[in-house]
Design a protein around this ligand. Structure first.
Ligand code: PEP
Length: 249
C-alpha cells in the first residue's frame, strides 16, 4: 500500500512562537494513524519545533536546500546540516523556487542528489503553468520535468522520492484542479514511472496533489485512485483545517 501523506508548506509565514503554537495544536488533534503528517516550517523554526515533535508522529521537512554540501555558500542551508538536525524530508522544485529564484532542472537535480546522499527524502514538485495548460502542453511539460530530473535516478534512489503534482495556476489562487483533472495527471505520472522503472516502483510511489487544497475539496481529491495525499500551502497555517485535510481520506 502506498503511504498516504499530508504535508504542510508554511512558506515564509509565522514567527517562531506562532510556529510552536501551531505545532502544539497539531500534536493535540486526532487524525488516522495511517496518514503521515509532515510540516515544513521556515528553517529558523526547525530546531525548536523538532524538540516538540520528537516522540509524536509528526515529521519535519525543509522547504528547500542547497545544491552544494558544505562550504563558502553564504545564506544557504545544506542537506548535511538538515540531516544533522534529524530532518527527514525536503521540498525540492516548488514552483515559487523555479519562478522567483531561477531554479532550473539542472539545479534541482543537484539538490535531489544532495538530499538523497544525506538520507533526506525529496518531496519533488512538478506542474504546468496556466499558459501551458491552455495550450494543451501539460502532459509534455510534466514529462520533461520528470525526464530532466528524477528519472535520471537509479531505481533504488527513486524509491525515496515523493512527488507533488502542483499545477502552478492552482497554487495560492483559490482555483483547484478538479479531481478528474488531477487524477488524469497523477495517472499519467504513474504510467511514466512504470515505463521508466517498473510497475512495482510506480505502485509504491506516493503522488500528492497541491494547489488550493482545503477541507472542502480534500475528500473528493483524495478519493481518486492515484492521489495519495496533498501538499498544502495556505490551509496548513490553520491547525484545524490542516487536520481536517488529514482526516479526508
Ligand atoms: C503550495 O504552495 O505548495 C500550495 C499548494 O499552496 P496552496 O495550498 O496555498 O495553494
Amino acid at each position: 500500500m502506498r503511504q498516504k501523506i499530508v504535508a504542510g508548506n508554511w512558506k515564509m509565514n509565522t514567527f517562531v512562537r506562532e510556529g510552536l503554537r501551531l505545532t502544539e495544536e497539531l500534536i493535540k488533534l486526532k487524525y488516522p494513524s495511517g496518514v503521515k503528517l509532515i510540516i515544513a516550517p521556515p528553517y529558523t523554526h526547525l530546531f525548536p519545533i523538532q524538540s516538540i515533535v520528537e516522540g509524536t508522529l509528526i515529521e519535519l521537512a525543509a522547504q528547500n536546500l542547497a545544491k552544494e554540501n558544505q562550504g563558502a555558500f553564504t545564506g544557504e542551508i545544506s542537506a548535511d546540516i538538515l540531516k544533522d538536525m534529524g530532518i527527514k524530508y525536503s521540498i525540492i522544485g516548488h514552483s515559487e523556487r523555479r519562478m522567483y529564484y531561477g531554479e532550473n532542472d539542472a539545479i534541482l537535480f543537484s539538490k535531489v542528489e544532495q538530499a538523497l546522499k544525506n538520507n533526506l527524502a525529496p518531496i519533488f514538485c512538478i506542474g504546468e503553468s496556466l499558459d501551458e495548460r491552455e495550450n494543451n502542453e501539460h502532459f509534455k511539460i510534466i514529462n520533461h520535468q520528470l525526464q530532466n530530473t528524477i528519472f535520471k535516478l537509479s531505481r533504488d534512489q527513486f524509491k525515496q522520492i515523493i512527488i507533488a503534482y502542483e499545477p502552478v495556476w492552482a497554487i495560492g489562487t483559490g482555483k483547484t484542479a478538479s479531481p478528474e483533472q488531477a487524477q488524469e495527471i497523477h495517472a499519467y505520472i504513474r504510467t511514466q514511472i512504470a515505463e521508466q522503472f517498473d510497475n512495482q516502483i510506480a505502485d509504491g510511489t506516493s503522488i500528492l496533489y497541491g494547489g488550493s487544497c482545503k477541507p472542502s475539496n480534500a475528500k473528493e481529491l483524495f478519493s481518486m485512485n492515484d492521489i495519495d495525499g496533498g501538499l498544502i500551502g495556505g490551509a496548513a497555517l490553520n491547525s484545524e483545517d490542516f487536520i481536517a485535510i488529514a482526516n479526508s481520506f
